[in-house]
Design a protein. Structure first.
Lengths: 109, 460
């Protein structure tokens, strides 16, 4: 603790665990999905996605294709973030967690 | 899901004590305000700029073209974007090595929009103490009115932010028209609300938590730090032992340092830390504590700079070193990348060519005995001017090219498909061979491109 209660910050300055978890899962996967969407659609025109023998294409407009692609990547990346978070959070407590302990010390509050 | 570490405490954001940063004035806050005005001005104004009859900056996703003033980038130019991102990252490293988290305090969108939302909050709810009083007060007509007014300002500003964001991707004047008619398309509406909602949550509620829990830069910036990096520091040797004292008293005789322990530096901190505890990763280097402390030092008649921008070596009394291996390496790399980018983008090939075989027939034997293949030649003109192109072929003896010529006109930034018939004399080829198809602008020798195609002939 910083000992700053007398200045008005009597409560906790940290996010609750759930808030942190939501942020840790959604935010990095959002960044990854943005990059994946950019790279993917730089090389692939969504209007060309579909079954070659039976038009029409899979998406009615490019914007739909981009959006579906983005949310698909976001979902997949979120699953990866979620699993990573789960594995980190449920790691055996006897394992050394040097970095985490260091953050706690500096974080305070 | 066992063990105490998986327990969930409270709701999403409610359990966090809200930080009410105390308003502060001073030279660094003037700089920050100026930076915020300039950056926000750039963000909100750029989509309205015109250049050569169209929006100056338009990332036209439906048409798969990026317009940047006179420059048009195509999906094929994607690597320029990657290159730009690498330059931006390296510039961030360079600035961080020199001056610490200057980006966080002055230029990060999270900081800038949070500041803007804080201004609106102060405009409606008053100073820090008034805000805290209002938060504690029971619900009343005035409280409801003030909260509603704040929400109105925040939501309007967020929607405008979302609208501007979408204006980078779809022509903003058309977008404005459809907003006025309440006729925006489904995706436009969605992205305006998505980006506006993100702004509202990030700048209105999440604020410093984004820096603490979501920002990777906050965690790895220390890798760019060394003893000569500018950081915001509290001069412990000068300040300690801290303590209150009577005005005009000789504090040194009382065994006290220069810190009067007024805690104003803590009250102004947007991330709620105490800079006197040393460098912490939550510090976004906004320098609010410097301005606050300078003001207090002026009042009590001590010299300024008890909290100041300094380097670790500077604090220990050594000379400041700006030029050092780390900064030289970053600067050299940065200069090379920028120069390479500049050269490459000014010397890039402005025409492209795609040769696609006609799918309906492999080849055709004509009455005169010659063999004909049909192609669809797509000419891509990335230049800002229209050009006339001649199409030629080579690679087989006696090859002739026939198309609706003599030249093909392609407008600026357009793709033109041309049916092209290529013929070779009887018995010039058995089976298949690769041929080259070339285009050449009639008015500019440098504008040319060559593509490869497969020519098929009977095998008998």
């Amino acid at each position: 603790m910083f000992g700053i209660q007398r200045n008005g910050y009597s409560g906790k300055l940290r996010w609750p665990r759930l808030g942190q978890d939501v942020a840790i899962v959604l935010w990095p996967s959002f960044l990854a999905a943005s990059v994946a969407t950019m790279i993917c659609f730089a090389f692939l025109d969504p209007l060309l996605i579909g079954n070659d023998d039976y038009p029409p294409p899979a998406f009615s407009s490019r914007m739909t294709g981009y959006a579906v692609g983005f949310f698909f990547y976001w979902l997949v990346a979120s699953l990866s973030s979620l699993l990573t978070l789960y594995l980190v959070r449920t790691a055996h407590p006897d394992l050394p967690e040097k970095d985490q302990a260091g953050d706690e010390d500096r974080g305070g509050g | 899901m066992t063990g105490p570490e998986m327990q969930v405490d409270g709701g999403l954001y409610e359990a966090r004590q809200k930080i009410y940063p105390r308003e502060v004035d001073g030279r660094f806050q003037h700089l920050r305000t100026g930076a915020a005005w300039i950056l926000l001005g750039i963000y909100y104004a750029i989509p309205w700029l015109r250049w050569g009859g169209r929006q100056a900056v338009l990332f036209d996703l439906p048409a798969r073209q990026f317009h940047l003033f006179g420059l048009t980038l195509w999906p094929q130019d994607f690597y320029y974007l990657t290159w730009l991102l690498v330059i931006a990252a390296l510039a961030l490293f360079f600035v961080t090595a020199l001056a610490g988290r200057l980006f966080c305090g002055y230029a990060c969108p999270q900081t800038v929009w949070t500041e803007t939302f804080l201004w609106m909050e102060r405009f409606v709810e008053g100073s820090r103490s008034q805000q805290m009083k209002l938060a504690r007060a029971p619900w009343s007509g005035e409280k409801a009115l003030r909260k509603a007014a704040k929400q109105f300002l925040w939501i309007t500003f967020s929607l405008w932010t979302g609208f501007t964001f979408v204006g980078y991707f779809t022509p903003i004047d058309e977008l404005a028209g459809s907003v006025v008619r309440l006729g925006t398309g489904p995706w436009e509406t969605f992205w305006v609300l998505f980006y506006g909602g993100a702004t509202y949550l990030n700048a209105g509620y999440m604020r410093e938590q984004v820096c603490k829990y979501m920002c990777p830069y906050a965690r790895f910036q220390s890798a760019m730090f060394d003893r000569d990096t500018l950081i915001i520091t509290y001069d412990e040797t000068r300040g300690e032992p801290r303590g209150a004292r009577k005005k005009g008293a000789d504090h040194q005789a009382q065994g006290l340092g220069d810190c009067v322990d007024c805690t104003v530096c803590v009250q102004v901190c947007p991330t709620g830390i105490d800079i006197r505890k040393g460098l912490q990763y939550e510090c976004i280097a906004c320098a609010a504590c410097i301005d606050a402390c300078d003001e207090v030092m002026d009042k009590v008649g001590y010299p300024r700079g008890l909290i100041r921008y300094d380097t670790q070596s500077g604090l220990e009394g050594s000379a400041k070193r700006v030029v050092r291996p780390r900064t030289i390496i970053y600067a050299t790399l940065l200069a090379l990348l920028v120069a390479g980018f500049g050269y490459s983008i000014t010397h890039r090939n402005l025409v492209g060519l795609d040769v696609l075989r006609d799918r309906n027939a492999l080849y055709r034997e004509r009455p005169d005995g010659s063999v004909e293949n049909v192609y669809n030649v797509k000419i891509l003109n990335k230049d800002a001017n229209a050009h006339e192109f001649e199409i030629t072929g080579s690679g087989l003896p006696g090859l002739r090219v026939d198309y609706a010529g003599p030249t093909v006109w392609v407008g600026p930034g357009q793709v033109q498909g041309v049916p092209v018939r290529i013929r070779i004399p009887e018995d010039a080829l058995e089976g298949g061979a690769d041929i080259q198809v070339s285009i050449q602008a009639t008015d500019q020798p440098g504008l040319r491109a060559t593509g490869k195609a497969r020519f098929l002939a009977p095998t008998d």
